[in-house]
Design a protein around this ligand. Structure first.
Ligand code: XUL
Length: 523
């Protein structure tokens, strides 16, 4: 009989479910529910509720709950063999928090299949909405917690990251300060991931080390709650945090609700969920040192596996737990596709014209450099947006196209040095990864082969693979991660782009100038 595993992904805009057949090494079912369309009665825009204050971004947790029912009903209708599923794991958008009251544990343990999940769970929230990762309204709380912990370096060393507005600790602190009555009624602060796992398992689920590291509350080295960070965040918080666990923790058998309502196997295991980035690390098969992915999206993100814990003392990058039990890094550059598009617009080019400009100019751009901070930048920390040019004629269209891509890649190289890992292979994903001219600059600047990988649902796939790993480990058949991921996320054949030796040499020199330019602009 086929060994089937489900991976769910509760992301900002949708809930996805995929089913993998481990032996066939195939995704055999794949469905996504868009929240705005399928559950329009929550009135979300791109899955979020907007406030008068543009910095405040929340989502209704009951929408995520209802989506789970809709998705399972759809899977049943589509004939998914739910009775053969051996385990379920999941992925959640990172950092978002769900505030549960003292009814929650009892209700979760006794879900009534003749009612909807929404009707079962409507009364368990101490806060009706959940702040999510897009919320950046906690600058004051970030500063307060950082100061208590002794500054940027100390905070990063303690928790794996400096305090960030979207991270859960600062969000909890804001709730504690501004809504003390509701905070007092909160008996459990869950993450999106652990909340969804709690529904599937029918009990309060632990927070795994991957997602726990995105809270500014977990001791990144010991992987336990960090006493001083918890104390600096909110009074009485320690008693409200669920336990931490490895990502392969079996929370229990799946809740009888899903067995009776959707025909799930009663022995199917409900595993801990993790964050979407830790899950994507597995979904993309990044399980060895030197394996790095660069996602070229609205923002550009560099992330990868890391064997030993090493933090960025400048506080720009993050260290999370990896589902393998090791670590992963993540660095987010805000001016990604957004900035590339701005340059196209500025010079009246389409993408063909932009690529033509890239291929008709030489590596190193004759020393011309642009700092493309069209928007406030995360890495390096730039609060005041602005474009800076050094030895670069603003009227030279081609040189400006090359300059922006070189700057983005040099920023990635420079600001990932703290990881102490020289990438051996870079997997390029995301919208702009189809652009070979951009990938060539990436390969040359990083001096490393770049391969394209197209896994549209890397987080859901990673969750399904974690389910397989967790089930096998539970059976005592401790598998190697290599065996688990093999064949699921291979790079596109023939997509490898090799660095040119000559170009790589030019960038070894140019990056020194680039670093000086950054310093000067940041003064
Ligand atoms: C990572 C982050 C985002 C969310 C997206 O730190 O904030 O990638 O996880 O869901």
């Amino acid at each position: 009989m086929a060994r089937l595993f489900v991976g769910l992904d509760s992301s900002t805009q949708s809930l996805s479910g995929i089913l993998i057949d481990l032996d066939a090494r195939k995704v055999v079912y794949d469905k996504s529910l868009n929240f705005d369309k399928t559950l329009s009665h929550y009135g979300t825009t791109n899955g979020t509720l907007r406030d008068k204050n543009p910095l405040v971004v929340h989502s209704p947790p009951l929408m995520w709950v209802e989506a789970l029912d809709v998705l399972f009903a759809q899977m049943k209708r589509d004939g998914v063999k739910l009775d053969q599923v051996l385990a379920i794991a999941g992925s959640g958008q990172q950092h978002g928090s769900v505030y549960l009251n003292n009814q929650a544990a009892g209700v979760l343990a006794n879900l009534n299949p003749s009612k909807s999940l929404k009707d079962n769970l409507a009364g368990i929230f101490a806060r009706p909405t959940s702040p999510i990762w897009m919320d950046s309204s906690t600058a004051a709380e970030c500063a307060e917690i950082r100061e208590e912990l002794g500054g940027i370096k100390a905070t990063a060393q303690a928790t794996g990251s400096d305090t960030f507005e979207r991270f859960t600790g600062p969000q909890i602190r804001k709730f504690f300060k501004t809504e003390p009555e509701k905070y007092a009624k909160t008996t459990c602060v869950a993450l999106v991931s652990s909340f969804m796992a709690s529904i599937v398992a029918g009990k309060i689920a632990p927070i795994d080390h991957g997602d726990g590291a995105g809270m500014n509350l977990m001791d990144i080295k010991k992987k336990s709650w960090h006493g001083p960070a918890v104390a600096a965040t909110a009074d009485g918080l320690s008693a409200k945090l669920p336990p931490l666990s490895e990502s392969w923790k079996v929370v229990g058998p799946v809740s009888a609700y899903f067995v009776r309502k959707y025909g799930l196997n009663k022995d199917a295991l409900a595993l801990a969920w993790s964050g979407d980035n830790p899950c994507s690390v597995i979904g993309l098969g990044l399980i060895e040192s030197g394996m790095v992915a660069i996602s070229l999206g609205t923002s550009d993100t560099l992330f990868g596996y890391m064997k030993n814990c090493r933090v960025d003392e400048h506080g720009e990058g993050h260290v999370f737990g990896a589902p393998t039990g090791d670590y992963m890094t993540l660095i987010c550059f805000k001016n990604g596709s957004l900035a590339r598009e701005k340059v196209c617009d500025l010079y009246g080019l389409d993408w063909d014209g932009f690529n033509c400009a890239l291929t008709s100019t030489v590596a190193g751009n004759k020393g011309g450099i642009m700092l493309p901070w069209f928007e406030a930048e995360i890495v390096p920390r730039v609060n005041k947006p602005g474009i800076h040019r050094f030895d670069l004629d603003p009227n030279d269209t081609s040189a400006n196209c090359r300059a922006i891509v070189e700057a983005q890649m040099m920023a990635m190289r420079l600001h990932s040095q703290w990881m102490g890992v020289k990438p051996q292979r870079i997997y390029a994903t995301g919208g702009a990864s189809g652009n070979a001219a951009i990938l060539q600059v990436m390969a040359d600047v990083m001096n490393c082969p770049v391969l394209r990988i197209e896994v549209t649902k890397s987080a859901a796939l990673g969750a399904a693979l974690r389910a397989a790993h967790g089930w096998l480990a539970h059976e005592g058949k401790a598998p190697s991660w290599d065996k688990i991921v093999r064949g699921f996320s291979d790079p596109i054949p023939g997509s490898e782009i090799k660095p040119s030796l000559k170009a790589a040499k030019a960038y070894d020199k140019l990056i020194e100038k680039y670093a000086k330019c950054e310093k000067q602009a940041l003064k």
